[in-house]
Ligand binder design. Sequence first.
Ligand code: SF4
Length: 244
Amino acid sequence: MTQRSPVSDGKPYREEVEEDHEEDLVLLVAKDMALAILERGLTRETAMALAPHGLALAERMMEHFEAKEPPSKTVACQAGCYYCCFYQVILTPPEALLIGDYIDGAFSRRDKEDLKGRISHVLALTAGKSRQERLEVWHDTPCIFLAEGGCSVYAVRPFVCRAWHSLDASHCKQAFDSRYPWQGTDCHVHRYHIFESVRAGINTATTDFGCQGGTMEMAKTIDQYLNRGNAIEAWIQGKPVFVT
Ligand code: SF4
């Protein structure tokens, strides 16, 4: 199924998929998967297993779907093309904790200082700003993890980054050059459904277990992770770790 990707609020995010969640089988499968993990006990290990298991589940579902219904067009995305990495990404607490833990383990002191500098820059230009004001600085506000032309957290990048793709790179360039992200790009729409629904299923399960859920902007969320120090333990204890 090929369609134009919708973009809302300057982010690749499918509002209409969220409306279907009550009867969404993908969501229910993902929720069951997350509940099975959490029922082993709310520990650092189980908390940190949620996002990786969800990402793997979404990948398997996508492969299964595409094996049954092979896409007619190939994905145009290639290393070194990063027009779509100028959106301010949204993510859930388990994704933020996974990325934060990755930073703790893989980033050098210098890498962390560079990251903090990029976060400060993005927040200074986007926090509290209207959609129009954000569009005016779109080209100056790349994702906080875009470094040296690539994603510095590629192995643990959020659901939305894995779902986001294009079948024609010229559409991405046009949207970027014209500062009009809403024009969308040709895409395989089932990929958005699968990744968004798996993410929503995990969100529902973690909320049922009394942990903070919801979606948040990544720059602000990672800033809070880095400043807080014990975000994973606090989230397990049901505390509101991230202020939206
Ligand atoms: S997290 Fe990585 S893939 Fe996602 S927008 Fe940022 S740089 Fe791009």
